[in-house]
Design a protein around this ligand. Sequence first.
Ligand SMILES: Cc1ncc(COP(=O)(O)O)c(C=O)c1O
Length: 444
Amino acid sequence: MEMEKNQRIISFSPPDISEAEIQEVAEALRSGWITTGPRTKLLERRLAAYIETGRPDVDCQTDAAMAAYSNRVVCLNSATAAEEMSLRILGIGPGDEVIVPAFTYTATASAVIHCGATPILVDIQRDGDDVTRAPEMDYEKVEAAITEKTKAIVPVDLGGIVCDYDKLFEIVERKCHLFVPLEDDGSMLGSLSARIQRAIGRVMIVADCAHSLGAGRVVGGTWKNCGQIADMTSFSFHAVKNFTTAEGGASTWRRLKGIDDAEIYHMFQLLSLHGQNKDALAKTKIGAWEYDIMGPWYKCNMTDIMAAIGLRQLDRYPKLLARRAEIIKKYDAACDALGISHLIHHTQRMTSSKHLYLIHIPGIDTEKRNRIIEKMAECGVATNVHYKPLPMLTAYKKLGWDIKDFPNAYSYYENLITLPLHTLLTDEDVEYVCKALQNAVESN
Ligand SMILES: Cc1ncc(COP(=O)(O)O)c(C=O)c1O
């Protein structure tokens, strides 16, 4: 076959690391400060500026930028930690229910479990959203799942496609009479959580934006970037993500009347660093060795080595997104010609972060889907499936969830393949993937 002569090796999602990231990491290593420090703080301000303005090049060293963008974003060691710390700050724990999609990565639900709360899985819309085909939750089922125990909903911007937050906010406003805010227990964390729950006054929206840094959509009639939409938002900077720090993640939140951002930021610092009231950098100040432990908390801070990668990735991010858009255009044309349905990454009201390219091969079952994946692998093309629904995984089966109760998640999964989408792909690689897909589908 033609393809065998010109065999290429196409990885699924290798990191795009330039000399700039390598240099910045080397400088961090030489600087004598490798754990959480100045580079992490700068990355936090730059991410805050990027989320607020859409610009990655705001000078975040000026006094004005320090004032505007400090205490808005917290960088941590993963999105899982970011979601868990967010839920903990919101006061979510045993006895509480949190609604999550059945069709997502385990971390969306496991962070809820780590807090001692109960995830309530909700099926997705049949064949996904009408316009984008993204596996968004069935919003009628979301509304029906809200009880007096429900404290939060965790929508997932899967593949970087932003969910319908207008619908979600409408639902939680409509159901606000069921929301029972936490009682203030007088503790440092408990008092803050109770004040936040009272200030929000309805089921809280805690977005899983692990895939969607740089995406946005019209919400409430105005354009909003991910990070500006939900009550709390978590991002992932894992090695396979568009924007990486090897491992890593971040949390941000919408400003709340009567609660200082610095107070929320400080609580994230405490929760993510043993409850210690001075970080390592603060302790290096002359005579400032002494610290206290405010709670027996967690350890999930970002290091300056990770932040060094992020600082240079952020410089390059608009170009990386633009290249992803070019690849998507080519995939769209090839899939449309083959009658294969795919995610729509751009609409008049939404632009995604172009993270994953999900396709559905019409009329096939999982066996045939897996054969297509194998055939593509034989041609050197790595593909994937995002995701096997949670109720099909051992841990969630053991918790009592059954895929029979999630027919839409199953039918979405059955004929699903994720094509490689990353910025190391050349135009020739993309053509090769399209050809390998065509051969695999046609010979199946
Ligand atoms: C939808 C979703 N949420 C959360 C996560 C967790 O991200 P991290 O690995 O940074 O904890 C992932 C990771 O792939 C994900 O895909």
